[in-house]
Design a protein. Structure first.
Length: 405
């Protein structure tokens, strides 16, 4: 019997929409009922059968969640939203003994209080269950079984049931984090935007807790991002356990390159230990070469030029790498100046990508970026700077002295 088709919205880090649409398109090659529709700021709309939501949760490295659309309508006030939520057949999807959480986001909504709107949706769901079963689901804001998501724009309201549960960047392998770790789905998106593909040489000389390395190593090994965790859809009524087991059984490990291709280093010995532990927890079946060394001192780990991708330190993270008596801005200037010299002298032929919130990094490196792409790390506006390390050509022109009048 054919499954019903559902509309899905996959949110992602802002700036990653095109990368996510491309990734969903690749997943759809193996799941022909999955269709990619349009990108909007903050995510991608797609559609497919329920099994396609299973596949998206298992395989998407860039999506933050997979939200299944329950209803979409215009509204004037909170009562319209209550009525729409009350009309949905929540009991078809989960039982009254499941805990729930409601989250609402809005853009240009005329409603004054999102908290009140959230409360109205909760009341509607609980009233529906109470009318039918004489009891209502409990709210659990920390570890709910079911998450219901509302989105408001100026005129329309959309109601979603979250198929993912915990956010998809929580892969289930991270044991430890350093200072300001990258989210896993952002790291995966940066790898895609940088043009890295499994088999290409990758080097992260400021690897921290190893997020970029773990994402790349899982891709190289053929380990899906969702293979080590559970999902909300497993608690839905009618969960297709056999189909889910078949999806996971279809995973085949990749043939690994004969020579190592993924390398990392960090000045911190604790970071190296963290990275190694996280790689082990992520199920990586090969050794990733890790060294404790200052970023300014590194040499190419491979004779074959590749991609250097890193999230360089800033603020307090730079203090860990130097004399805490030196002012932050002076320390950053010295650090990036030395790093720029190392890149120019040793990494000819490499493509270097630095992901940072500090928009002055190219000037500090004394390098001219080939491209800068805006992304958001949460609410923090960042750039992915690309530098093509062609010997002798990418040094920033020194400011020429002005002629004396």
């Amino acid at each position: 019997m054919a499954q019903a088709s559902h509309s899905y919205f996959c949110p992602c880090p802002r700036g990653m929409e095109a990368a996510l649409a491309e990734e969903i398109g690749e997943i759809a090659l193996r799941h022909p009922t999955l269709k990619v529709h349009n990108q909007v700021p903050g995510g991608v709309h797609c559609s497919g059968e329920l099994i396609d939501a299973y596949a998206l949760n298992l395989h998407s490295r860039i999506a933050s969640r997979v939200l299944m659309r329950m209803a979409h309508a215009s509204y004037l006030n909170e009562n319209d939203i209550y009525d729409l939520a009350l009309a949905q057949c929540w009991e078809d999807w989960f039982s009254v003994n499941r805990t729930i959480r409601i989250d609402v986001t809005a853009i240009k909504s005329p409603l004054r209080s999102l908290e009140f709107t959230t409360l109205k949706i909760k009341d509607a769901i609980c009233d529906r269950f109470r009318d039918q079963f004489g009891e209502r689901p409990s709210v659990d804001t920390k570890n709910p079984d079911m998450r219901i998501v509302g989105f408001l724009d100026a005129r329309n309201f959309t109601l979603y049931l979250d198929t993912s549960g915990e956010a998809l960047f929580k892969r289930g392998w991270r044991l430890e984090t350093g200072d300001a770790p990258l989210r896993e789905n952002l790291a995966a998106g940066l790898l895609r935007v940088a043009g890295w593909k499994p088999g290409m040489v990758l080097f992260d000389p400021m690897c921290g807790s190893g997020t970029i390395l773990a994402e790349a190593a899982q891709m190289l090994a053929g380990i899906p991002s969702g293979s080590r965790r559970s999902f909300a859809f497993e608690k839905f009524h009618g969960f297709m356990a056999a189909e889910w087991a078949a999806l996971k059984a279809a995973i085949k490990p990749n043939v690994l390159p004969a020579e190592p291709t993924i390398f990392g280093s960090d000045i911190s010995g604790d970071a190296i230990v963290m990275t190694r532990n996280n790689l082990n927890q992520a199920g990586i079946p090969f050794a990733v070469s890790l060294k404790q060394i200052e970023a300014q001192e590194v040499k190419p780990p491979s004779e074959t030029p590749g991609i250097l991708l890193t999230n360089p330190p800033y603020g307090e993270r730079i203090e860990l790498r130097g004399d805490s008596n030196v002012a932050d801005d002076e320390m950053a200037k010295v650090f990036f100046n030395e790093l720029g010299t190392t890149l120019k002298q040793r990494f000819a032929g490499w493509k270097v990508f630095l992901f940072t919130a500090d928009l002055g990094v190219p000037r500090l490196l004394r390098l001219k970026e080939a491209r800068k792409t805006p992304f958001f790390n949460g609410a923090l506006e960042c750039r992915l700077f690309r530098f093509d390390m062609v010997a002798g050509y990418n040094r920033r022109e020194e400011a020429k002295p002005k002629p004396v009048a």
